[in-house]
Design a protein around this ligand. Sequence first.
Ligand code: SAM
Length: 258
Amino acid sequence: AEEVGGGDKEVVREYFNNSGFQRWRKIYGETDEVNRVQKDIRLGHSQTVENVLKMLKDEGSLEGVSVCDAGCGTGCLAIPLAKEGAVVYASDISAAMVAEAEKQNGEDSFRCGECSHGGTEATTLAAKEQLQAGSEKKVVMPKFEVNDLESLNGKYDTVVCLDVLIHYPQSKADGMIAHLASLSENRLLLSFAPKTFYYDLLKRVGELFPGPSKATRAYLHAEADVERALKKVGWKIRKRGLITTQFYFSRLVEAIPA
Ligand code: SAM
């Protein structure tokens, strides 16, 4: 049965701090401790990240552009965005995910002296030299925080929320979309599992064979419903993308104030 009240959120938080964390850390990571399905999802998801980076960069340099990454997971998008010069605020409802994102960021090659992630003086110096030799781009470390997206406030040039809506029914997604739009001055990028006849069928078939990994409900969203939710708060879709592999499918939309 569908969760009511705050139920979905608590279930999602619990999942992404425990078994969901173990599963997705592997999928979003680089090691080969993944099975065939997980490997395919990893591939699809990395294509989504690439598409987002491309969509964002197509509109001009990201240097100094403030970006809020809501539901950042292990930082797959936040870290490359920061490398492009964006000023990234990334948050997630799961403390385990945020800790992993910080770890990934710390292990990344562009450690700098100003960040709180340590790094030896030698690596810091090397990274700085690399930056200076490479480009003039000013890299600011992403700021990672544990926060659910409903509690976010402030204003950002760009707000991104990737593969998060899948955990919420459309009735909740409407409010989440409205809130994300209110945080953004110029653009909002959302990705979600599209509700089409085919995927709905596939999902129903999948549900007949519940595996241990299916610990949370997955909700598909019709593109028209997402578009309507955006329209209600005065936003319109400017660009669309569809990323599909065998086991991963994600509709990507970029919305702007209408
Ligand atoms: N956006 C990341 C990416 O694409 O790499 C992670 C996607 S993962 C499938 C979904 C993430 O959304 C999880 O890390 C989960 O903890 C987070 N999440 C779920 N509900 C959330 C909420 N209400 N507020 C913030 N984060 C949430």
